[in-house]
Design a protein around this ligand. Structure first.
Ligand SMILES: NC(=O)c1ccc[n+]([C@@H]2O[C@H](COP(=O)([O-])OP(=O)(O)OC[C@H]3O[C@@H](n4cnc5c(N)ncnc54)[C@H](O)[C@@H]3O)[C@@H](O)[C@H]2O)c1
Ligand SMILES: O=C(O)C(=O)C[C@]1(C(=O)O)C=C[C@@H](O)C=C1
Length: 367
């Protein structure tokens, strides 16, 4: 497709969406806006967008599609703001928020003006946030849930899907209430469980400092998502309180059942409890796509000339700094590219940053 897309909120999801849209529609103009100037600059340097926003209202009013990629409280505010502007009749506004009921209620402001709003939620992500963590393959094979609103034309839903073809996601239309019940169970509720597990370990940590060093394996797997952005999760949980309260009540019942099994000391019953969970989970179509390993990344804005990568790896090697991964992010001829270098530790990244800034004039970013 040719035309103009505006992305508001250039974080993990906004940035990954920009990359996917440009992959599927190389001739598109993708304008990006973020309240953080730094994120906007990095988004442009990484080619997740083709240009930074100069006049958001004008750009939104002339766009083919506008994606709201901010935490959901901000998305509600943006819906209020944009609905007061004069959008063209062909403009589709969509979002990527993890909740849908409150967003769709707020979207009535668009419908009252005859504007087209299609709620969206790509079910893939990471505990990392910010545009630096963007990946073109983030949504590949993931479910991309859509909540079009009653009077939205089928042809507009198809037009939105065409813009999103580069995501390689599987689109699925759902009702907003059903959306919040399902994601409440499989996404929002696990997040609370992960955070509460970390809280429990933290309480013991003051009297037993060894605990955090021994908490590997299972604890690490279960608690990974507790490292996600607290602003995003504050907003999600505040949007889905009733469903989450009910799920937590059920969880208390589940825990009481486990206490009862332990009280009984019934080894067979305990075996069956674990086995039933294992059988069910082993048959779930859990996809591995979308997870981003947590390394310490450094981004270097490099000119596009032969030998520039070996120059940088050579400088790092000379100082004995090991790297675990190095990649160029979506460069095109005649413009600068961004070299993403992953280190194993924060200390290595810090040394890498000081090595590059003290021996070259290249700009470096960390997140
Ligand atoms: N992270 C995930 O795993 C994931 C997955 C699917 C959907 N989502 C949803 O996507 C949305 C974005 O999440 P993310 O992980 O990309 O967050 P993020 O923190 O990486 O990015 C959000 C960006 O929005 C910007 N922003 C905030 N308010 C703004 C405003 N008023 N105008 C312009 N920019 C503004 C922030 O500066 C930030 O750069 C959230 O609604 C979240 O619920 C997240
Ligand atoms: O992989 C992760 O870190 C995520 O938490 C991603 C995850 C999820 O719960 O599956 C988180 C919130 C989004 O709304 C969608 C995806």
């Amino acid at each position: 497709m040719e035309g103009t897309v505006v992305i508001i909120g250039l974080g993990l999801i906004g940035g990954s969406l920009g990359l996917s849209i440009l992959k599927g529609n190389p001739k598109a103009t993708v304008i990006g806006y973020d309240v953080q100037e730094k994120e906007m600059r990095l988004a442009k340097a990484m080619n997740t967008i083709t240009q930074e926003s100069k006049n958001l209202q004008q750009e939104v009013e002339g766009a083919d599609v506008v994606f709201l990629c901010t935490p959901v409280f901000q998305t509600e505010q943006l819906i209020e703001k944009l609905s007061a502007w004069s959008l063209s009749p062909h403009t589709i506004v969509s979002d990527v928020g993890s909740t849908k009921k409150r967003i769709m209620n707020k979207a009535q402001l668009f419908y009252d003006k005859g504007y087209t709003f299609i709620g969206g939620h790509p079910m893939a992500g990471s505990h990392k946030s910010g545009v630096a963590a963007s990946k073109v393959i983030l949504f590949e094979n993931a479910f991309y849930l859509l909540t079009p609103g009653k009077n939205v034309h089928e042809r507009d839903v198809d037009r939105l899907k065409s813009w999103l073809v580069g995501t390689k996601a599987k689109f699925f239309v759902v009702d907003p209430q059903e959306h919040d019940e399902i994601t409440g169970m499989v996404s929002h509720f696990p997040h609370i469980i992960a955070s509460s597990l970390v809280h429990q370990v933290k309480k013991v940590h003051s009297t037993q400092p060894l605990i955090s060093r021994l908490a590997a394996g299972g604890f690490r797997d279960l608690s990974r998502i507790a490292s996600s952005d607290p602003t995003m999760w504050r907003d999600i949980t505040m949007h889905n309180t009733d469903i989450l309260k009910e799920l937590l009540r059920q969880w208390q019942g589940e825990m009481n059942q486990v206490i009862e099994l332990l009280n009984q000391g019934d080894a067979d019953a305990m075996y069956h409890y674990f086995d039933e969970a294992k059988q069910f989970r082993d048959n779930m179509p859990i996809l591995q796509k979308g997870a981003i390993p947590s390394f310490y990344d450094l981004f270097v804005d490099i000119p596009d000339y032969p030998g520039v990568i070996s120059e940088i790896t050579g400088l790092l090697a000379k100082q004995g700094i090991s790297i675990v991964n190095i990649r160029i992010m979506e460069t095109r001829q005649d413009i600068n590219g961004v070299l993403a270098i992953s280190f194993q530790t924060e200390e290595d990244r810090r040394r890498g940053e000081s090595c590059i800034t003290s021996t070259t004039s290249y700009e470096v970013f960390t997140v």
